[in-house]
Design a protein around this ligand. Structure first.
Ligand SMILES: Nc1nc2c(ncn2[C@@H]2O[C@H](COP(=O)(O)OP(=O)(O)OP(=O)(O)O)[C@@H](O)[C@H]2O)c(=O)[nH]1
Length: 300
């Protein structure tokens, strides 16, 4: 039997030498463990190619180094171990290692009043790097919510006041007449505009305090903190009683995009295991065809 030697192009010398900042693979499908659940994630794994003369990195070794992510719940130390394995596997070709994990965490959410519940899916990306400067981890989250414009609400109230003055200018002001008027579309003749809104944030996670803290907890805690601060989270299953509670919650929670950004800025500064952040809130206005946007950052 003839033993074939397989050609190894990657070990050749580069035809036009140059170092490269990132070489690797994007879109790797891998079931990862978030808490007790398995989530199919898309991963990007890469290293710098610092040896200008080397033709290529050992790409398959990066792929194989991801295997532990299937076995144990995702934690920052686990990701750091993988990044160390990336560098070791490249035998001196690389000084910087990168791993990003993109997925969706599904959380079950209770209705506001009724006993119903339903699932909401929250997209996240964990972006980690190990360089001579150290290990860094950032968590990107997108959370949707509802916002009602305070300016529009004030303008609507003014119209209702004016209609009240006119409609009751010549009829007696009795409790039953006012009550009927308040319950009619002619009475409450204007409504403020509200919109589905979202916050996109990048949280820098502090490694030292994280320890073996599962990433699922960081993601869930951050989402809960964001939704509590905003007050009017998007709902899942709703009956009319929930819809009415939602209308009340929105009416008591009027906010410009600036209000939302300030609230989030405050709570994220106090979030455990978060050492810095960048955030952007987007109110996809129903008044305009464009969006109202506010940004903030801390220690970024
Ligand atoms: N470096 C590199 N490898 C690629 C690329 N596209 C596909 N590959 C494949 O990835 C594999 C290279 O990974 P290596 O780790 O070098 O594979 P290997 O030489 O069999 O494994 P080792 O002996 O451990 O180095 C080969 O099958 C390549 O064909 C590319 O653009 N660059």
């Amino acid at each position: 039997m003839t033993v074939l030697t397989l050609p190894d192009v990657a070990s050749q010398t580069a035809r036009s030498p140059a170092a490269l900042t990132w070489v690797g693979m994007e879109g790797i499908a891998l079931p990862i463990r978030l808490g007790s659940r398995s989530v199919t994630a898309k991963l990007s794994a890469g290293v710098s190619l610092d040896d200008a003369d080397a033709r290529g990195i050992h790409m398959s070794r990066l792929y194989l180094a991801l295997a532990p992510l299937e076995e144990a719940p995702l934690t920052l130390p686990a990701v750091k171990d993988i990044l160390n394995a990336f560098l070791t596997s490249q035998e001196g070709l690389s000084q910087n290692a990168y791993l990003s994990i993109e997925g969706e965490l599904a959380l079950k959410r209770q209705a506001l009043i009724s006993p119903l519940a339903g699932w909401k899916s929250y997209p996240f990306t964990l972006r980690c790097q190990l360089t001579p400067a150290g290990f860094q981890a950032e968590l990107d989250l997108t959370v949707g919510y509802s916002s009602t414009c305070p300016c529009s609400a004030a303008l609507a109230r003014q119209l209702i006041q004016q209609a009240f003055e006119e409609d009751f200018s010549e009829i007696p002001l009795t409790k039953s007449a006012v009550s009927a008027w308040l319950g009619s579309e002619e009475g409450i003749l204007a409504t403020p505009h509200s919109q589905r809104s979202s916050v996109e944030c990048s949280l820098r996670l502090s490694e030292s305090e994280n320890g073996e803290w599962p990433l699922a907890n960081s993601i869930e805690n951050s989402i809960d903190r964001i939704e509590r601060a905003l007050g009017t989270a998007l709902q899942t299953a709703v009956k009319r009683i929930d819809e009415q509670a939602f209308a009340l919650a929105n009416g008591q929670n009027l906010m410009f995009c600036e209000d939302a950004a300030r609230r989030l800025d405050k709570v994220l500064r106090q979030a455990p295991r978060v050492s810095g952040f960048q955030l952007k809130v987007v109110h996809a206005e129903s008044l305009h065809a464009h969006d109202a946007v506010a940004r903030s950052e801390w220690n970024w």
